[in-house]
Ligand binder design. Structure first.
Ligand SMILES: [Zn+2]
Length: 287
């Protein structure tokens, strides 16, 4: 069931668990995540970056595929189709294309311009029934080619953006995208605590969830994180399972070259990874 992320995140915040955002790249990814959500009776957010949208030939293709698949598979759990790290133009395109949620990443603008653009897009999203996420303070690592440094957001700026009526707020707390370096300093729980005190009931979003130690993720959830984004881990398990299949020569046995067979181990690996994350976030059985 495709819905905005508003209700599922309010429930998660009140229930002290988090909903996973799993990024999709193609049909196999989407099917694996939808089926696992239904099996685990967990709400879910399907994240689509602008790069992934482009790869799948545009947001309209993505929305049509996800909506049709959700219906055909008979998915009953709440599913939000969410633009990840959207530009101003990307948000408008996703509202048009039939997404149910968007993120506007105005973190590269100065705070006044971020506020002005976020204000406009909150109205656009809400007028069309979508939920909207905003970001304060760049999140480190690579976001579609943009490298940030893992900074911590200013809690007062978080409060300013939260008060614009966004449904969820991403704030840098030392987290980064991609694979964490050996010398990573860890999450700043002090910053997270200060942000939560300023923003109250606002569901907070932890980006770069792949590779953060489980105990840190759990602690972040107790401090108000209600959405955790996972992308890299699904990519890694998919690549590993596919490599093992080919290295074992299975593509050369019988019709092992059939893409439906070739991509099956990767599909199963994503399903298992998503299940493990849902258990960690506490969202199993919450839908
Ligand atoms: Zn992110």
């Amino acid at each position: 069931m495709i819905v905005s992320a508003t209700e599922m995140l309010k429930k998660a915040k009140a229930g002290h668990y988090a909903v996973g955002q799993f990024n999709i790249n193609n049909l196999e990814w989407t099917k694996a995540i939808l089926l696992t959500s239904e099996e685990q009776k967990s709400p879910v957010i399907l994240g689509v970056s602008e790069g992934a949208g482009k790869y799948m030939t545009g947001f309209k293709t993505v929305a049509a595929m996800v909506r049709a698949m959700d219906e055909t598979l008979g998915i009953t759990v709440p599913v939000a189709l969410h633009l990840d790290h959207g530009t101003y133009e990307g948000v408008k395109a996703c509202v048009e294309a039939g997404f149910s949620s968007v993120m506007f990443d105005g973190s590269s603008y100065d705070i006044d311009e971020n506020v002005a653009k976020t204000t406009e897009l909150v109205k656009l999203a809400h007028d069309n029934g979508l939920s909207i996420e905003a970001e304060v303070g760049a999140i480190g690592g690579e976001e579609d080619g943009v490298i940030g440094a893992g900074e911590c957001a200013d809690p007062a700026e978080c409060k300013r953006i939260a008060d614009l009526g966004v449904d969820m707020l991403a704030a840098g707390i030392g987290n980064i995208h991609g694979i964490y370096p050996e010398n990573w300093a860890g999450l700043s729980f002090e910053t997270l605590d200060a942000i939560q005190q300023q923003t109250g009931e606002m569901p907070l979003v932890l980006h770069g969830g792949s590779g953060i130690p489980d105990e840190m993720v759990k602690k972040a959830i107790t401090l108000g994180v209600s959405k955790v984004n996972v992308n890299t881990e699904c990519q890694l398990v998919f690549a590993k399972a596919t490599r093992e299949y080919i290295e074992a020569g299975k593509d050369k046995q019988g019709k092992g070259y059939d893409p439906r067979k070739l991509l099956l181990p990767g599909f199963e690996a994503i399903k298992e990874e998503v299940k493990v994350k849902m258990e960690l976030f506490g969202s199993v059985g919450k839908a």
